[in-house]
Structures are given as C-alpha cells and as structure tokens.
Design a protein around this ligand. Structure first.
Ligand SMILES: [Fe+2]
Length: 469
C-alpha cells in the first residue's frame, strides 16, 4: 500500500492507501449510517470523542427560526437580490461544470479500456469540492460556498494467492457529502440556516445577515461550538487518517470502506482537544519526517497562529505570530527543510465593512520566514515583496547553504476581483521568489507567461528542490 502514498494530483484531491486509511472502525462514525468495518483505531478514535451531535433537533422555537428564515428571505429579495451582483448569481455560478450533483452510492465501474496502473492499485482517488445541498434561486452564491462533497474512486488490489473471494474486483465510485455540523443541521431543518459566507457577507446585506445569524445563535438554533465549516476545500492523508478540510473550521475525519467503497464521515477532529477554531485547508506534510505543518488566521490578534503535528498525529503547542500586524487572508503557505514561509497579500479581512474579504491597495505584500520548529515568532523575519499577491504555493526549498529561501507560487495580477467574487477575471503568473535571509535581498522572476494557479508537486518533493529543475 505504501506505494500509493503521496501522489497528489491537484489541490483538492489525493490518492490514499485505503487499507491504512481504514484503520479506524466505521462503527465510530457519527450517525452510524454505514457500519461494518473491522478493527479499531486507538489514539484516533479518542480524537473523535468530540464529534458532532448536530443531528439533534434544534432547541430554539419553531417560531423564532421561522422569523429568521423570513428575515433572510427579505434580505435576499430587498437588499441583495442576485440580479444586482451577476458575479454571484446562482444561475451563473452553479451552472455547467459547477452545477451541483447528487450523492452516488458505491457503484462498480468496470475497466473498459487499459488497466489500473500498478502504482495506484489498492488505493483510493479522493476528490473534494463545494456542492451546495440547498440551492435558493433568489440567494447570491459564490463558487467557494457550498457543502463539501467527497468523490472516491476505490481501486482494487491486484489479484494474489491471498486475495479473498469477497475482495473488490472492480473500481468503486462513491460520492457523499461530508456530514458537517452545518450539513446535518440544515438537513434536519430542510432549509439553509447558515448564510453563504463568501457571497452573503457584502455591504449592508452582510451586516443584516450577520445580525440574523446572531439571532439564530442566541435562540440556540446554531451552536457555534460545533463550528460552521463546510469541509469543501481539500483532503489530506496524515497519520493513517483521511481528513476533509476547510480553513473556516477544524478537520473532519472521513472513512472509506475497503470492502464496499462507502464514504463515511467519522466526525469533527480536534486532536484530543488541542486544535481549536480552525486550520488551513493546505497543510504541508514533510515527506521525510511525516510531520504535518499548518496554521490558522484570524480577525483578532494573533492574526496568524502556527502549529504542527508529529508523524503520529500529536499536535504541538500553538505558536502565535504577533508580528503579523493586520488581519490578512492567508489561504496557503510553504515549508522548506528548516523554515516555514507565510505570505501576507493585499487580500485582507474586513468584517466591519460587512464583507469578510476586501482588497487593500495601500498594503505592501510581504513574506515571513520563520524557523520551522520555532516556539514563538521572535525569529520571524518579514520581507516586502511589492505586487506579490499569492493565494496558493507550489513549493519551496533552500539554496546557498541555507541562506536563501526559494518560493515558487502564482501571484494574482488583479486580486481585487477576488474580493467581489469575479473569479473569471482572476489572472495569475507563476513566480520564483528568492529571499536571502542573511542579506535581506529579495528577487522575483516569472516562471511561466501563462495564467496558472493551483500548481502542486508530488508529495515526495515538498520542501525540496527538484520538480522545477
Ligand atoms: Fe486552495
């Protein structure tokens, strides 16, 4: 199975070795809809003891919930109708290749041509992406809004003398929603309860929706202790567990049955109570040490909090980055052998304006370089990189005997479109940025003239030079 580890095909999918991924019994799954596995995890099962109880009916009065629904509908109709903002009109955003799809139970898929590559056999290709369960034609919708749905293609192992007659002989495709607290609550009520965070928080309508959501919280309909993430951004296989990620929440642990291909949500994983609030959807796994490095960003100080996990999944203490001076949107970061790299772009958090995300033309983007195992940010060094508006990283490594950090990442030429949802107008170029830690010199050179984003490298090259040579 190990041969299937670490093959990343895009930021939102991964090949995972399912036999290891299934070391957790599905009997631990929240809801228990799909049971029947064998074996039981140890540390990881305990990590899910804080899993959801969202399937319980909301405790607020039906009348109060109805009032909130009415207020949301009035906001949609009178303050923020989709016709006023075509870039987030659901009829436009949720069309074509982005049209929502239904769940698919495990379905056998015969190989009609060619054969399954031996390097992938016995693994599962898993893709994550937003797929709104509730679609309101009169409510604005951003491409990033929507409940996470996992699409798993389980690939059978090659036949061997020890193969069981009941073993899979054909690939099995299965698509299931990640059963987040939001998903379960809205399934219970039959209607959207949470606002669309990207499209909904805009100007006066954003403030009004925030007030309605606060009313739902005060009424007990929404319990914020369960988070409000949609788990729709990426997947990561780490410490023998598979997680669905979204940066607005902590990871959701998911399970793929090796016997049926069924995809089950195990629960919201707080790593024995050590992970709170949120975690980036693009953590970095060191291919040599097996450690996982991550962070979260916040609208309150510390605006960045850095942390990592050892190879067994034990989380270290948080490292607050107080030298980050204003709340920025940090969607991704990078690691090298000895450093962790953050990039503050001109995309900022502006909750006071009624918008979660805004563009600050006066801000100078900068790169922060921190020793990988720092216990605080006293050794953090920031380097101005004007015009470098990065959302995703491709890779990073060290040169010049460790004096130089090299970061390869796309930079957006017009990031202001992101703030208003005009995704189609985004354009980016991939750059190689060199930061000399000893001299402070910074240089930047385009790698490709094409508009590119979401570039990734094979897991084995993370934090190491090689893929772009
Ligand atoms: Fe991303």
């Amino acid at each position: 199975m190990d041969r299937a580890i670490g093959v990343m095909t895009c930021p939102y999918s991964a090949i995972v070795p399912w036999r290891k991924a299934c070391s957790i019994s599905p009997a631990a799954a929240a809801g228990g809809a799909h049971q029947g596995g064998t074996g039981a995890g140890t540390r990881r099962q305990r990590a899910h003891d804080h899993r959801l109880s969202a399937a319980a009916p909301p405790s607020c009065s039906v009348l109060l919930a109805s009032v909130c629904n009415t207020l949301d509908a009035l906001i949609d109709r009178l303050i923020d109708p989709p016709e006023l903002r075509p870039s987030v009109h659901p009829g436009r955003v949720l069309s074509g290749n982005f049209a929502p799809t239904d769940e698919l139970p495990p379905t056998r898929c015969p190989v009609v041509r060619g054969s399954i590559p031996s390097s992938l056999a016995g693994g599962a290709y898993v893709r994550n992406g937003p797929n709104p369960r509730h679609r309101l034609p009169g409510r604005t919708h951003h491409l990033f809004d929507g409940d996470g749905m996992l699409h798993s293609l389980l690939l059978p192992s090659p036949p061997s003398p020890t193969t069981s007659p009941s073993s899979l002989s054909e690939p099995v495709l299965c698509s299931r929603y990640v059963q987040t607290y939001k998903y379960l609550l809205e399934r219970e009520t039959g209607t959207p309860v949470f606002p669309n965070f990207f499209a909904g928080f805009h100007g006066v309508a954003g403030l009004a929706r925030a007030a309605v959501m606060l009313g739902r919280v005060l009424a007990g309909q929404i319990k914020l202790k369960h988070g409000f993430g949609v788990a729709n951004t990426s997947v990561v296989f780490f410490a023998e567990c598979l997680y669905a990620l979204c940066e607005s929440d902590i990871p959701y642990s998911v399970f793929i049955s090796p016997s049926t291909g069924e995809v089950t949500t195990l629960g919201r994983c707080d790593f024995d109570g050590r992970l709170a609030i949120a975690m980036t959807a693009h953590p970095k796994k060191d291919p040599i040490t097996g450690e996982l490095f991550a962070f979260r960003y916040s609208i309150l100080q510390p605006f960045i909090t850095y942390f990592w996990f050892d190879a067994a999944g034990n989380k270290c203490a948080d490292v607050p980055i107080f030298s980050s001076e204003q709340p920025s949107v940090l969607h991704d970061f990078a690691i090298t052998e000895h450093y962790t790299i953050f990039v503050e772009s001109q995309l900022v958090v502006k909750p006071s304006s009624g918008s979660l995300v805004g563009f600050d033309p006066a801000k100078v983007p900068r790169i922060g370089v921190l020793p990988r195992y720092a216990r605080d940010d006293s050794e953090m060094r920031w380097f101005d990189v004007p015009g470098f508006n990065m959302l995703h990283t491709t890779n990073a490594w060290e040169e010049a005997a460790g004096d130089e950090v090299v970061l390869v990442a796309p930079s957006h030429l017009s990031l202001e479109h992101m703030a208003v949802g005009d995704m189609e107008l985004l354009e980016s170029r991939v750059y190689m940025v060199r930061v000399n830690i000893r001299t402070g010199a910074v240089s930047r050179a385009a790698v490709s003239p094409e508009s590119l984003e979401y570039g990734v490298v094979h897991h084995g090259y993370v934090a190491a030079m090689g893929i772009l040579e």
